[in-house]
Design a protein around this ligand. Sequence first.
Ligand code: OOG
Ligand code: MG
Length: 266
Amino acid sequence: MENTNKLTKAQIDELATYCEDAELKQQEITKVTDKYPDMTYRDAFDVQWEVRRRKVARGHKVVGMKMGLTSWAKMAQMGVEQPCYGYLADYFSVPEGGEIKMDELIHPKIEAEIAFVTKAPLKGPGIHIGDVLRATDFIIPAVEVIDSRYKDFKFDLKSVIADNSSSSRFITGGRMALLEDVDIKNLGVVMEINGEIVATGAGAAVLGHPAASVAMLANMMGERGEEIPAGTFIMTGGITAAVTVNRGDSINIRYQDLGSITAKFI
Ligand code: OOG
Ligand code: MG
């Protein structure tokens, strides 16, 4: 991805306000690339990092990172051919068994994911799966609630990056596990909404091995001179396609040997 800017700082700031307002006011927006067709990936990430800076300046904490579009199911669903990343702010976190307020969201979908927690820093370029395995403290189930601010969830890669890769809520729970104790590629996941199975999958759906997703995050952040600090919670991306939820839905995502995550949309 090219690492140069086509937008001015004033234009980055303008798009940061545009994207963050959409999130905070639950307003659907049109793609940022409609407005600035020449913008680069660097510009798109600059928008994401500017919104992140503003949230932190207002007192929020960044509590983790997420990779997105790391499975063929997700790439095919969204018509995009490369992964992207985003950050998780403190108020995105929902407790296991908790309630998610539809009024705070536009058109949420859920994704079954596996999260890694690191015990050593990872700084790209050149990070590979072996570095990630060595730096992993444990893994833990996670469910992401994505809520693209773009109308009808229609976007291109630059637009979704500027919109923090659709991040909005996440739930972690079940049981943590050491990597050596699980067969992560074959780890099965069953997603249920109101008791009906809506999707199933296994860990290998994420780039062949979810640790490859963490390596890619380190390498993408490395392009900006940023590292993944020790102790970072990282969601590695949806294993299945994302599934739309409606008010009143109860979700239950079961992870082989690692328990389950439940929540209710109210
Ligand atoms: C982009 C975010 C995708 C995942 O796990 O693949 C994502 C989107 O599809 O809206 O979080
Ligand atoms: Mg996701």
